[in-house]
Design a protein. Sequence first.
Length: 320
Amino acid sequence: MFIKNRQNWHISENDVTPERLYLNRRSFIGGGAGAAILGASGFAPGVLATPKRQLEELNFTKTAFDPDETLTPYDAVTSYNNYYEFGTGKSDPAEHAWRLQPKPWSVKVEGHVARPGIYDFEDLINMNALEERIYRLRCVEAWSMVIPWIGVPLSSLIKMFEPTSDAKYVAFETLEDKQQMPGVKSFFNVLDWPYREGLRMDEAMNDLAFIAVGLYGKELPNQNGAPLRLVVPWKYGFKSIKSIVRLNFVADQPKTSWKKSAPDEYGFYSNVNPNVDHPRWSQKQERRIGEFGRRETLMFNGYEEEVTHLYAGMNLRKSF
Ligand SMILES: Nc1nc2c(c(=O)[nH]1)N[C@H]1C(S)=C(S)[C@@H](COP(=O)(O)O)O[C@H]1N2
Ligand SMILES: [Mo]
């Protein structure tokens, strides 16, 4: 029961210019009558009563996961986002995600595991074992960022739950809450909720797959998926599901939100692949946010060495 409105939400984001990013929409909203004016998303702007969450500093160790590229500025990382639960515009999450309440938080773990249950955030994440990993993130819309994430390997979490040999895939879900998420309440839904993602078990156990709880040395801002989100740097950004509330260890390939909304455009694997175009645009190049011009997109987003073996013998045009 959702309306597909592809024209509006996907056309030109791959052509957004860096300058436009820094134009704050609010600066165009005349003072005074703010309450009567709706943003591009159609939600009332959260300008007047936006309680900014205090983001705590995190202790972490640095790692060798570092592409040695210029970091995308913090302002861009936290103001140019995709988080459709807060609206489909790139500035909607920064504007509306203050409604999200990431504390307290728990995650339901179920399926083929020896230790199912409801885990509090504090029991899932060992805050004394946090590491920093600098990863490229390549959005399917042909832009990319380089972000210093703080978190733990996904494999360390998965091992806690002791999956059985029947667990072939892990399915992830985001919180679905109309009170906190204006995009979920919206009539113009492009996805059905909750937002769903999944990985094959060997992908999930690969050392690159990461659970982030922070970036740039501090806790995750809400718009980036507080309090915990996935980061899968060799796949298109939409695999990196935010604000996770459920992990389900399953035998069959799980349904995922984007594939369900447009199966001809978004596959289960969604590995970054410059040789397989999206039906409506090329994936050969990308715009690094903050830079002018374009870069060549690299196979597996530059993580070929780490992940090529996962897809040996697979036809990546078919399994896109
Ligand atoms: N729950 C949820 N997770 C999500 C999304 C979303 O809309 N909802 N968008 C995805 C997409 S398309 C991208 S590119 C990344 C963006 O992450 P960032 O905003 O932290 O850069 O988040 C992904 N995770
Ligand atoms: Mo994306």
